[in-house]
Design a protein around this ligand. Sequence first.
Ligand code: GYE
Length: 321
Amino acid sequence: MARKSWTAIVAAGLFALTACGGGGGAGGGGAITLGFAQVGAESGWRTANTKSIQDSAKTAGIELKFSDAQQKQENQIAAIRSYIQQKVKVIAFSPVVESGWDTVLKEAKTANIPVILTDRAVDSPDKTLYKTFLGSDFVAEGKKAGEWLAKEFGSAAGDVSIVELQGTTGSAPANDRKKGFADVIASNPKFKVVASQTGEFTRAKGKEVMEAFLKSQPKIDVLYAHNDDMALGAIEAIEAAGKVPGKDIKIVSVDGVRDALQALADGKINHVVECNPLLGPQLMDLVKKVAAGEQVPPRIETTETEFDQAAAKAALPQRQY
Ligand code: GYE
């Protein structure tokens, strides 16, 4: 077993050397080699994010080594270790969860390979373990969802029963979107989150958990989904239960992928908070800068909007993803 993995590592190392002729490796000339450890392919957002990274690496002339961790932290750690072994020039990754990265990040630092966090953050207290973070303010996104709710149900009499579909347990967007939303709705005691569970950011799980909510909860007024895919899965469950999504149960979700904007235009979703997946071009600029040893800002946030029905209808014809 041990012999086998050594052989694989040595083979990978040899391959890297012959494939890039040392060009992308530490200290070499030629194309910059970027190792990117992606979370997975769990959502429409993620698919758009992957495409943006792959396309913009090509445009920028950066040699991309890409891996898909299938939503598992251990796979991402293994991918990062293999990039260190291959002596890539820069490592970037979107950490599936917030905790547990210090060891592998220290290994990259010791190997003198700069790391860029994209999309999701880590909770490491040592900020020297990575050069920068590029992504969204997820707490602000959760707040926007809460503010929409407060406006929509501001004058409603009686309690408002909310069910919440959380993203991947322990991930930055799940933690922060939950917090931002909770902070806003806490100001009015009539807002009650009656059930909250992870739907792992996928349609299938969103549907499954919503089915369970519909069985266990006598009254559901609102669904807050941490991403569009879970909301879209939940819509199927709501319709199968003989209820009308967008009317009997109001829905607010985060991302802004085409299918969700279509559901919003069709009246099945009521509000979508945007989270921008098109991080590729900005990431490639940062890769070039850190590869050249330039200073970069510690945090770069993307600009985002919100969609009501009219905005969704207007945006749909040009929506890229
Ligand atoms: O909202 C969700 C995806 O990390 C911002 O991950 C990203 C989230 C996105 O699975 O759809």
